[in-house]
Write a protein that binds this ligand. Structure first.
Ligand SMILES: [Mn+2]
Length: 422
């Protein structure tokens, strides 16, 4: 098997070299791009607050009831370990505030501190991975009205502003501990199921709330602030306060990054078309790699045209190292480790696919107005022996080749997941 992979790679290397692509270099670069893995795929976005009575209303809309959902930090870390064994490269783990571990004490979200994430920090250190963070503005008594930072209720707003401030401090603390950038991404669910008279009013309130959260200067080279828009949600079909236009306008001229989630736009709208525009005005970009399917924005990532287009746009803009890639999906209807492995491996595959584009030749054709050759090269690139390069990467990174990982998740399901009583 190893011999076959190496000889297939040797042949692929030649094929790519004919079109001016250095596959060794592409693999080196791929190895330097981390993907932030969402912890919330492992427990259907439930979080741990249910362990502490009276805080959570039990998670957002993940569908499916596949057995073996992780129910606490130890189980979730055990499952993430399994997924990491099957994913090539060194990555990051993306946490939500609702994954705080408070040892049974009731610590509400406006009281959270870095110490409530010490086990996650220890875990990240021991595995040599980075951490990213997200305040959790949903699944809470105080989010039930449908409004948090954009609420007209001063008390509600105060609570969520405090949560936002503490999340930035926690993220900065994680970054300092790990000596690695920690991206703190704000997404809020605020919006309305039906028509709203006061769209402007809520947006003005949201702007003020964000201003308050970001007013605190945090002296850390490791904190990156980001804000994430959405077009609609379940229960907010008619109006979402934090729209694309709102956040795109908000971040301009500020040291705050924009997050584009692949599932947060109209079904025919691709974020690939937006990347070069945003990067013209912003130094960096956070991408939430996901897959929308009709009403859902969070299916497991597929290696499809949409995903390849996103990776290609980032690479063509020369922005692979100023883009933060984070996966954002949750599916409770299949083995949750498989979901992670499929989604993250596909994201890495798309990055590799983009790095292997014969860009120099295409660019040369474009410069000389040889547009037939440009189109021909775009099309030829699709059938180059990509799989041989991907297999070589998996071999070098000592993770299973091709579909071999499936058996490992099945064994883990039998030995671990099915023994959990849920
Ligand atoms: Mn997202």
């Amino acid at each position: 098997m190893t011999d076959n992979i190496n000889s297939a790679y040797g042949w692929a290397k030649e094929r790519y070299a004919i079109l001016g692509v250095d596959t060794d270099k592409a693999l080196d670069e791929l190895n330097s791009i981390p993907v932030s893995i969402n912890c919330w795929q492992g427990d259907d976005v439930a979080g741990f607050e249910g362990l502490t009575e009276g805080v959570s209303d039990g998670g957002i809309l993940s569908t499916g009831s596949y057995p073996g959902r992780a129910a606490n930090g130890d189980e979730l870390r055990q499952d993430i370990d399994m997924a990491l064994k099957l994913i090539p490269g060194a990555h990051k783990l993306n946490l939500h505030a609702m994954y705080a571990e408070t040892d049974g004490a009731k610590v509400d979200r406006d009281e959270l501190q870095l110490c409530h994430f010490s086990r996650w920090i220890e875990y990240a250190k021991s595995r040599g991975i980075g951490l990213d963070f997200n305040p959790t503005f949903f699944s809470h008594e105080k989010s039930k009205s449908g409004f948090t930072l954009a609420s007209e209720d001063k008390e509600i707003r105060r609570f969520w502003i405090e949560h936002g401030k503490r999340s930035r401090e926690i993220a900065a603390g994680m970054g300092e501990e790990l000596k690695r950038v920690c991206v703190n991404n704000i997404w809020i669910p605020d919006g309305s199921k039906d028509m709203t008279l006061n769209r402007y009013k809520h947006r003005m309130i949201l702007k003020d709330s964000l201003d308050e959260i970001f007013a605190q200067k945090i002296d850390s080279e490791y904190l990156v602030d980001a804000v994430e828009c959405k077009l609609f949600g379940i229960g907010s079909e008619s109006y979402v306060t934090g729209s694309h236009e709102f956040y795109l306008s908000y971040v301009m001229g500020k040291d705050i990054s924009l997050c584009l989630d692949m599932g947060h736009f109209h079904p025919t709208e691709s974020i690939a078309d937006k990347i070069s525009s945003v990067l013209t005005f912003k130094n960096d970009l956070l991408l939430h790699v996901s897959r929308p399917v009709r009403w859902d924005s969070d299916h497991v990532v597929s290696f499809n045209d949409d995903l390849q287009a996103v990776a290609l746009e980032v690479k063509r803009a020369g922005a692979m190292h100023r883009t933060y890639f984070a996966v954002d999906f949750f599916d409770g209807s299949i083995n949750r480790i498989s979901a992670w492995v499929i989604g993250v491996r596909n994201t890495i595959k798309a990055l590799l696919f983009a790095l292997l584009e014969p860009a120099a030749l295409i660019s040369e054709a474009e410069r000389s107005q040889d547009l037939g050759t440009r189109l021909a090269l775009f099309e030829e690139a699709k059938t180059l022996p990509f799989a041989a390069v991907w297999d070589k990467y998996c071999l070098d990174k000592k993770v299973p080749i091709g579909a071999d990982w499936i058996e490992e998740t099945k064994a883990y399901e039998t030995n671990v997941l099915r023994k959990r009583d849920r």
